[in-house]
Design a protein around this ligand. Structure first.
Ligand SMILES: Cc1cc2nc3c(=O)[nH]c(=O)nc-3n(C[C@H](O)[C@H](O)[C@H](O)COP(=O)(O)O)c2cc1C
Length: 166
């Protein structure tokens, strides 16, 4: 799979098989995050990996739309010192695309219940921990979405030179 194929086919996966993801595969995914670009190459991130089922269940309760975290093989909390989420967005995209190529599905989650998330993760006060990515092999081949993502047409999201065309 090349990069463009990965970008065109990757979808959010929220149903996972109970199969464990081998550690070398997990490390390859984390390494893709490590290699991401960041402002001034500051690399303001720590990837906090959760695999313990009880902890995954507890994290899944930190947002109404994070239920799939409970069934993930592992979930990575994107911990950052930066209040600007653009940097961790780069690392997230790298990890999710690398995972996709490796046959591992992923789904982003926002941790809206920050009090619960912070109590669970025990991150220091100067760190943000608002986003996480659940990873796992898709539950069954048909649970890996085959259709291209529904997206606005290119002409609707692109303007050339000026906001209003002349
Ligand atoms: C910033 C951000 C936050 C997201 N938060 C959640 C979330 O809390 N729960 C969830 O199930 N999906 C979440 N998603 C995934 C999106 O819902 C999903 O990528 C989008 O609907 C497009 O679907 P697709 O990736 O399958 O094309 C999030 C995505 C982004 C970029």
């Amino acid at each position: 799979m090349n990069v463009i194929q990965a970008i065109k086919t990757k979808r959010a996966v929220r149903q996972y098989s109970p199969e464990a993801v081998p550690e070398p595969v997990i490390r390859e995914i984390l390494n893709a995050g490590r290699l991401a670009q960041s402002s001034k190459n500051s690399q303001p991130w720590t990837f906090l990996v959760l695999q313990d089922k009880e902890r995954l269940l507890a994290l899944s309760k930190c947002h109404p739309w994070a239920g799939h975290v409970a069934d993930s093989a592992f979930t990575v909390v994107l911990v950052t010192t930066s209040a600007w989420p653009f940097d961790i967005g780069q690392a997230a995209a790298n990890m999710q695309l690398a995972a996709w190529e490796l046959g591992v599905g992923s789904g982003l989650v926002y941790l809206s219940d920050q009090a619960a998330a912070r109590a669970l993760l025990q991150v220091p006060e100067n760190q943000h921990a608002e986003m996480a990515i659940a990873f796992g092999y898709p539950k069954s081949p048909e649970k890996r979405p085959a259709n291209p993502a529904g997206r606005k047409p290119l002409d609707q999201v692109v303007r050339w030179e000026y906001w209003e065309s002349k």
